[in-house]
Design a protein around this ligand. Structure first.
Ligand code: S0N
Length: 273
């Protein structure tokens, strides 16, 4: 039971999507399956992440799982078919990869509130979040090579950037489980707190983040991503540079001159060394 008055933004079958004090909270709500995701879960999460992107009220996003046992146990093995996870429409998908990209390119901080098992594709979900705060009962690990899958994308390369190549290979090659303290020691999470204090701690981090400049945080996030993401990362960084340019009078002079059918005068604006 939360001590914060979360308001429902929209009702979904597989997730809870709530708001409080500038925070958008997305909770995977399938505790019966240790919060494993099926295609519909991921579609709903993508819609919620997009909502957070466009909302002026939401400054920071929290991702978590319902209950006290699991953050997320990865792809729902009951609906795994040939070609991916099969939704109610009969179409096999691996749309969690789209969700991973959405989380990374969301221009607002995303915090994983890891309240139990973060396993398989559920582990990768916390890895792609900007920050991870775990409860003392949290357990981390990849299972792919044991259950017939793998994530050689962010789940491998970004994981290795976080914990180092040797540790990332250990995580994938042995499919062991790690407790919260071990995760903290390998830099996989930012903090570990008792389960009953987890949400309070996460809200406190959200409050601190919201004291800071949203544009500065946005630029830092995109810069940290760009270093890893190659051409796609440069494109995102460049898009943000364009946004900043649009905010200048110099850029507005170009647009105004076009609309007023006159020559632009860019020389009147300051030049910086
Ligand atoms: C999480 C674990 C360790 C929890 O153990 P615990 O507490 O002992 O609970 P259980 O009794 O095992 O579970 C309770 C009930 O929940 C069901 N359940 C748990 N996890 C899943 C799941 N992932 N899918 C479906 N059902 C699940 C149990 O079956 C049980 O039900 P009942 O009561 O009926 O017996 C433990 O549960 C565990 O190890 N779970 C499985 C973890 C796992 O292997 N996950 C899948 C890993 N793979 C992926 O996530 C794929 C990722 C992906 O989508 C992907 C991404 C990028 C590229 C490729 C892929 C790809 O799919 O290939």
């Amino acid at each position: 039971m939360s001590k914060f008055p979360w308001e429902t933004i929209k009702e979904y079958s597989d997730i809870k999507f709530e708001y409080f004090e500038g925070i958008g909270k997305i909770t995977i709500n399938r505790p019966r399956y240790r919060n494993a995701f099926r295609p519909e879960t991921v579609m709903q999460m993508i819609e919620a992440v997009d909502y957070c992107r466009y909302s002026n009220k939401i400054n920071v996003v929290v991702l978590t799982g319902e209950g006290d046992k699991a953050f997320c146990s990865g792809g729902d093995q009951n609906v795994k078919g040939i070609g991916g996870y099969v939704g109610e429409d009969g179409v096999p998908r691996l749309n969690v990869l789209d969700l991973q990209k959405k989380i990374r390119s969301l221009p607002k901080p995303v915090i994983a509130m890891v309240n139990g098992y973060a396993i398989g594709g559920g582990h990768v979900l916390h890895v792609v979040c900007d920050l991870s705060i775990a409860s003392e009962n949290a357990i981390f690990g990849q299972t792919g090579p044991r259950v017939g899958s793998f994530d050689a994308g962010f789940g491998a390369s970004y994981l290795a950037r976080i914990v180092g190549q040797k540790k990332a290979r250990e995580i994938w090659f042995l499919c062991r489980q790690y407790n919260a303290q071990q995760a903290l020691e390998m830099g996989l999470v930012n903090a570990v707190v008792p389960l009953e204090k987890l949400e309070e701690e996460v809200v406190q981090w959200c409050r601190e983040i919201q004291q800071l400049s949203p544009l500065a945080l946005r630029m830092i996030k995109v810069g940290l991503n760009a270093e890893l993401d190659g051409q796609a990362g440069i494109q995102e960084l460049a898009g943000n540079a364009t946004l900043l340019y649009y905010l200048t009078e110099e850029a507005q002079e170009g647009k105004n001159a076009f609309l007023e059918k006159r020559k632009p005068n860019f020389q009147k604006y300051p030049k910086f060394p």
